[in-house]
Design a protein. Structure first.
Length: 355
């Protein structure tokens, strides 16, 4: 069996993986970036909003931007609306992922798409490329797992997401233009929320919702009623253009490094436990992971990988921990959602108050 050698193996070419590969390759390391999908970024499993400051972290053009967004509207169970200033952009997430992967290649990373990571054996990673079905081995000094919520790399090191929220999203036509993202809370949306995010003349309408019991309705059925409600209000048309589904991590901060392996992005649970937002953390965390992996390899000191976790925690851990505590609180008080929402959603001042 053929063995490929590299300094750093990155598993997963989403925003976290491509950012990590780029950061390491631009420092002169031999980087291999493997992705199981045939086409980078597809299928899209994202509501496709990014905050405005993230553009400063992305090279390679702006072709992925669809429209600007002025803020967020939070719609409460009683029909009340709170408007929050939150400028950002609605994007084509597939094009963003492809942009980040292209820049990583331009900096010197080798990209292998249609490649599945199978297992580890004697310190080597076994892969299989779809086009030839042949297994190959990779010997890497550092492995970065950026392979999503159900991370295989995470399983290897015993650091897995334990709290995943199922989400389903439909693409539907808009009746009229929208310049805010919209978040809807309802008692039927246990532990989550519904959303309407404009994408030009269309919208991503989705729903993330935890199960409360074995007799709960499937998320897709609840989403169908939500879309019908929006249609009756004259917001969207009932025509379904496309459907996507996925899992959203809602994790506390946990250890994501073991020897020469580290995790980043959804694989590490680096997703806001209340909002589900994760693209910014993926890009910035990926840059950190690639930087410290490169330094560890360059100096021969794998102990430097701990600096990645330390730097990430200094920037994101307080936000992550607060959100995780708020999530536990709102799930416990869901039957009193009208009052619990004020302390458990980012649009309200009470969310940021110390308990």
């Amino acid at each position: 069996m053929e063995t490929l050698r590299c300094d750093i193996l990155v598993v997963g070419a989403g925003p976290a993986g491509s950012s990590a590969a780029c950061a390491a390759a631009r420092r002169g390391l031999v980087v291999l970036l493997v992705e199981r999908r045939d086409k980078i970024g597809l299928p899209v499993r994202c509501a496709e909003f990014i905050p405005a400051p993230l553009l400063g972290e992305v090279d390679g053009g702006r072709d992925f931007i669809v429209q600007s967004v002025r803020g967020m509207r939070t719609i409460l169970p009683d029909g009340g609306v709170t408007v929050t200033r939150a400028p950002g952009f609605m994007i084509r997430r597939d094009l963003l992922d492809q942009t980040l992967a292209r820049v990583a290649e331009e900096k010197g990373a080798r990209l292998m798409a249609s490649t599945r990571v199978l297992r580890t054996e004697q310190g080597e990673v076994v892969i299989r490329r779809r086009r030839d079905s042949q297994e190959k081995r990779i010997l890497a000094k550092v492995i970065i797992g950026a392979d999503g919520p159900h991370s295989a790399v995470g399983r290897w090191i015993g650091s897995e997401n334990r709290n995943l929220i199922p989400a389903v999203q439909w693409r539907v036509p808009l009746v009229s233009p929208v310049d805010h993202t919209e978040v809807y809370f309802d008692k039927d949306f246990y532990g989550g929320y519904g959303w309407l995010f404009p994408v030009g003349r269309e919208a991503n309408v989705g729903l993330g919702r935890k199960r409360r019991g074995f007799r709960d309705e499937p998320v897709g059925e609840v989403l169908g009623r939500f879309v019908s409600r929006l249609a009756e209000q004259g917001r969207v048309m009932r025509e379904r253009i496309g459907t996507t589904a996925g899992w959203i991590p809602a994790e506390p901060v946990r250890k994501v490094i073991n020897k020469n392996v580290l995790l980043v992005g959804d694989a590490a649970g680096h997703t806001h436990p209340i909002t589900g937002a994760g693209v910014s953390q993926a890009v910035i965390g990926g840059q950190m992971a690639g930087k410290w992996a490169a330094r560890a390899v360059g100096t021969g000191d794998l102990g430097l990988l701990a600096a990645y976790e330390k730097e990430w925690c200094e920037l994101f851990a307080p936000v992550q921990e607060r959100a995780h505590e708020r999530r536990k609180s709102i799930e416990e008080d869901w039957d009193r959602l009208d009052t619990a929402i004020k302390t458990s959603w980012i649009a309200f001042r009470e969310y940021y108050a110390d308990p």
